[in-house]
Design a protein around this ligand. Structure first.
Ligand code: NAD
Length: 490
C-alpha cells in the first residue's frame, strides 16, 4: 500500500483534507510509493497560526537553550543517515552514495546553526556622543517558511530550517510534492528531538499550497529553491505582500577547459559534475568550453567517461548514476538532445532510448555528450536538468570567458587549468556567484552563502551561514543615554 503523506502542525501529525493527491513514484521502477496531498489554504493557515502562537515563547528561549534541540537533531540525523539516504534514493533516484553526501551537507548546516549564540551577536559602540552608547541587536522576524525542489529532498530544507529556528523564528516547510518521504521521516526525528509544538511545521502540497504561503499575512519571510520561472513568481508575489524573500532559481553552468589542464583529473571531475545526480543538480556542469588543443583531447576523454559510467538503480552496488525523476522529464531531456542535433550539434555519445536490464520501466537517460553546440541555439541556453553535456570549442580563454558571461544564469562557472594567471583572470571576471577552479561542483560549505547570480537568484541574502542568520533576523538599533544626575547615589 502506498503511504499517505501527513502534515505536521503544532507538534501533531495531521491527515490532510485535500481532495487531490500526487503520486510519489520510484523513478527506477515506477512503483507508487506514496500519495502527496495537495493541502488546501486552510491547512497553511493552521500551520501559520500554530507557528505564530509558538513564536513568543520560542523567541524568549535563550539561544543557548534553543540550540540544544539542534544538537539532539544532529545526533538523530547522524544515527539515521543510512535509512534516510535509502529513502532519498527510492523517491529521487540518485545513488545511495549521492544521497548520503546530500545528508552530510544537511547535517553540516545543523552544526553551523549550533553556533548561533556567536553568529547572532550584534554590535556595540560606546560614546557615539559624550555619554551616549549605541548598539545593534538581531531579533527573529517571526513566522518563516521554505518552499523546496525535488532534487535534494533532504539537504535543501536544511539550508534554512536550522538557522530559522536557532535565530528564534518559528518555521513551516513545504517539501516538493514529488519527493515528500524524506522530510516525512526527518520530521519523526524532529518530533523526537523535542522541539516545542508549533516551532517547526510541515505542510505538503503543490502550487496552490505555495500560493497560500505567499499570501498568508502572518508569514514574514520566505525562502524558495526551484526553477527560475517559479522563482520569479515567488519573488514577485511574496514581495508584493510585504515579505522578505530569497528565491534561488535554475542554472546552465559552464566549465572552461584549457589545454594546460590535467586531463585525467579534469575528465573525472567534469564527468562527476555533468552526470552525477543524473545531471539534476543546480551546480551540474552542463556546458564545456574547450580552448585550443583541449578540443580533441578532452572530447575523446569525456566521451569515454560518458560511455563507461554505470547507470542503474541507485541502491545497487557499483551504480554510478540513477534515473531522472520521471518519464515526463526523460521525454523533455531526449527532445532537447534532438533539438541540439537539429540545431547543428554533433551527438558524440547518445544516451537516448536505452533501458537498464531488470529496470526496463525506469526513467533512465544515459550520459550524453554533444559537440559544437550552435551558439545561437536553444540547447546552449536551456537548462536540461539531465545527464547531458554540450560542448563549444574556442581559441582563447578571453573568448571562453565572454561566452560564460553571455549566459542568462549565474549559478556556477568553473575553470580547469594549471595557469595561476588564467585562474586569477577567470575568478575575477566570470559572472557567476559560485566559482570553481579545478573543481567541478563548487558547492559552498554550510558556513558560506550559496551565491547564485543573475537569473539563478532573486533577492539579496542567500541560503546558509551568515547570510541565513541575517535573513532570519531583523536588526534593532538602540541609542541610549543615562545621565549620572538621574541616578540616586548609592
Ligand atoms: P520547481 O520550480 O518545479 O518546483 C519547486 C517548488 O515550487 C516545489 O515545491 C513546487 O511545488 C513549487 N511550484 C512549482 N510550480 C509552482 C507554481 N506555478 N506556483 C507556485 N509554486 C510552484 O522546481 P523542481 O523541478 O522541483 O526543481 C528543479 C529546479 O530547481 C531546477 O531548475 C534547478 O536548477 C533548481 N534548483 C536550484 C537550486 C539553487 O540553489 N539555485 C538548487 C536546487 C535546485
Amino acid at each position: 500500500m502506498p503511504q499517505t503523506i501527513l502534515n505536521y502542525i503544532n507538534g501533531e501529525w495531521c491527515r490532510s483534507g485535500a481532495g487531490k493527491f500526487v503520486e510519489v513514484i520510484n523513478p527506477a521502477t515506477q512503483e507508487v510509493l506514496a500519495q502527496t496531498p495537495l493541502s488546501p489554504p486552510a491547512e497553511v493557515d493552521a500551520a501559520a497560526q500554530a507557528a505564530a502562537a509558538a513564536f513568543p515563547d520560542w523567541r524568549n528561549t535563550p539561544p543557548g537553550d534553543r540550540i540544544q534541540y539542534l544538537f539532539k537533531l544532529k545526533a538523530l540525523l547522524d544515527e539515521h543517515i543510512d535509512e534516510i539516504s535509502r529513502i532519498i534514493t527510492l523517491e529521487n533516484g540518485k545513488t545511495f552514495g549521492e544521497s548520503k553526501g546530500e545528508m552530510r551537507r544537511a547535517i553540516e548546516n545543523v552544526e553551523v546553526a549550533c553556533g548561533i549564540p556567536t553568529l547572532m551577536q550584534g554590535d556595540v559602540l560606546e560614546d557615539i556622543a559624550r555619554g551616549i552608547d549605541e548598539f545593534m541587536v538581531r531579533q527573529p522576524v517571526g513566522v518563516t517558511a521554505s518552499i523546496c525542489p525535488f532534487n535534494f529532498p533532504g539537504m535543501i530544507p536544511f539550508w534554512f530550517l536550522p538557522y530559522a529556528v536557532a535565530c528564534g523564528n518559528t518555521y513551516i516547510v513545504k517539501p516538493s510534492e514529488k519527493v515528500p518521504l524524506t522530510m516525512q521521516r526527518i520530521f519523526e526525528l524532529i518530533e523526537q528531538a523535542g522541539f516545542p509544538p508549533g516551532v517547526i511545521n510541515m505542510v505538503n502540497g503543490g502550487a496552490d499550497t505555495v500560493n497560500a504561503i505567499l499570501d498568508h499575512p502572518t508569514i514574514r519571510a520566505i525562502t524558495f529553491v526551484g526553477s527560475t520561472p517559479v522563482a520569479r513568481h515567488i519573488y514577485a508575489r511574496a514581495a508584493a505582500n510585504g515579505k522578505r524573500v530569497q528565491a534561488q532559481g535554475g542554472a546552465k553552468n559552464p566549465t572552461i577547459v584549457l589545454p594546460d589542464a590535467d586531463l585525467e583529473m579534469t575528465t573525472k571531475i567534469v564527468a562527476d559534475s555533468a552526470f552525477g545526480n543524473a545531471g539534476q543538480r543546480c551546480l551540474a556542469t552542463s556546458l564545456v568550453f574547450t580552448v585550443g588543443e583541449a578540443r580533441d583531447t578532452f572530447t575523446q576523454a569525456i566521451a569515454e567517461a560518458a560511455q563507461t559510467r554505470v547507470t542503474g538503480f541507485g541502491l545497487d552496488e557499483g551504480v554510478q548514476m540513477g534515473p531522472v525523476i520521471s518519464h515526463a522529464s526523460k521525454q523533455r531531456i531526449e527532445s532537447l538532445i534532438a533539438k541540439g542535433a537539429q540545431e547543428g550539434a554533433e551527438i558524440v555519445v547518445d544516451g537516448r532510448g536505452k533501458t537498464v536490464p531488470g529496470y526496463e520501466k525506469g526513467s533512465f537517460v544515459y550520459p550524453t555528450v554533444l559537440s559544437d553546440l550552435n551558439p545561437q541555439g536553444e540547447l546552449i541556453r536551456t537548462e536540461v536538468f539531465g545527464p547531458v553535456l554540450g560542448m563549444v570549442h574556442l581559441n582563447t580563454v578571453d573568448e571562453a570567458i565572454e561566452l560564460v558571461n553571455s549566459g542568462q544564469y549565474g549559478n556556477m562557472a568553473c575553470l580547469f587549468t594549471s595557469s595561476g594567471a588564467a585562474a586569477r583572470k577567470f575568478r575575477h571576471d566570470a559572472q557567476a556567484g559560485n566559482i570553481g577552479i579545478n573543481i567541478g561542483v563548487a558547492a559552498p560549505m554550510a558556513y558560506f552563502p550559496f551565491s547564485g547570480w543573475k537569473d539563478s537568484f532573486f533577492g539579496t541574502l542567500h541560503g546558509q551561514g551568515k547570510h541565513a542568520v541575517e535573513f532570519f533576523t531583523q536588526t534593532k538599533v538602540v541609542v541610549e543615554r543615562w545621565p549620572r544626575e538621574w541616578s540616586r547615589e548609592f
